[in-house]
Design a protein around this ligand. Structure first.
Ligand code: APR
Length: 232
């Protein structure tokens, strides 16, 4: 595919999923080697699991944090971050909770599914907590268990975050989806929001999936290879 000239676009949105981090070594969720083929989400990634055994759920997330910290952002993350520095409007909308875009230098990042690097107390709100271990499992002010600030199975998306994502996508003229199977709500609706604004819709994913037909073009190659070439 020809290189993309970013100057032709007023607002570029990158919509990323687990495949964006795959070349960094962060496991994807579905398919071979996926997190949910080793762990049952019912035991580790839902409110009921947390209510039943918060310590077990927090320990599982510490394993995820250690695994992510052992990985580094790749050339694809760097290409997106570099583009944001030289283009007036670039937004990343990500389903990933690993913080890789920010580590690569991206600033405008909307995290649909929350972050491994934040915790929240039912009473005292959200706090950042970066590091392999959680600083504490309990809120310093009220003593409640701190819950990873992540959208788990069965959780609603944060409406403010969702509204910001939809607003960004509805106003973009280039929509690039990278490394998502697109099956988890609300990903499936995103290309049509972008198309409503006449955006060019591009998919980067080595494998086609049931949502692929929603895109104008597809690049069947890994994100870390394609992104630096497309936007160099
Ligand atoms: N480059 C681009 N895409 C890749 C790469 C790569 N190097 N490697 C794998 N992929 C693609 C796969 O082909 C697959 O389509 O990444 C996709 C990963 O799909 P999923 O594992 O289903 O991840 P995702 O779509 O992000 O899942 C959505 O589901 O479990 C929840 O909350 C979790 O955010 C996650 C959500």
């Amino acid at each position: 595919m020809e290189k993309i000239d970013p100057r032709k676009y007023g607002h570029i949105v990158f919509f990323t999923g687990a495949g964006m981090s795959a070349e960094s070594g962060v496991p994807t969720y579905r398919g071979r080697g996926g997190v949910w083929s080793h762990y049952r989400w019912e035991e580790f990634a839902c409110q009921e699991a947390f209510d039943g055994d918060p310590e077990k759920v927090l320990k599982f997330h510490e394993l995820r944090r250690a695994a992510v910290l052992a990985c580094q952002p790749h050339a694809g993350h760097a290409a997106i971050a570099a583009l944001e520095k030289r283009h007036p409007r670039v937004t990343v909308v990500t389903q990933n909770i690993d913080g890789m875009h920010q580590r690569a230098g991206s600033v405008q990042v909307i995290e649909l599914h929350g972050s491994l690097w934040r915790v929240r107390c039912q009473q005292d709100g959200v706090a950042e907590d970066i590091g392999e271990k959680y600083r504490s499992y309990r809120c310093a002010s009220c003593g409640n268990w701190l819950r990873p600030d992540i959208v788990w199975f069965g959780d609603m998306l944060d409406q403010g975050v969702m509204a910001a994502a939809v607003a960004a996508i509805r106003s973009c003229d280039l929509f690039v989806s990278i490394g998502t199977s697109g099956v988890v709500y609300p990903a499936a609706g995103f290309p049509s929001f972008a198309k409503g604004n006449g955006a060019r819709c591009l998919e980067i994913n080595p494998e086609a999936n049931e949502m692929s037909s929603l895109y104008d073009e597809a690049l069947r190659a890994p994100a870390g290879e394609v992104l630096p070439e497309l936007f160099s």
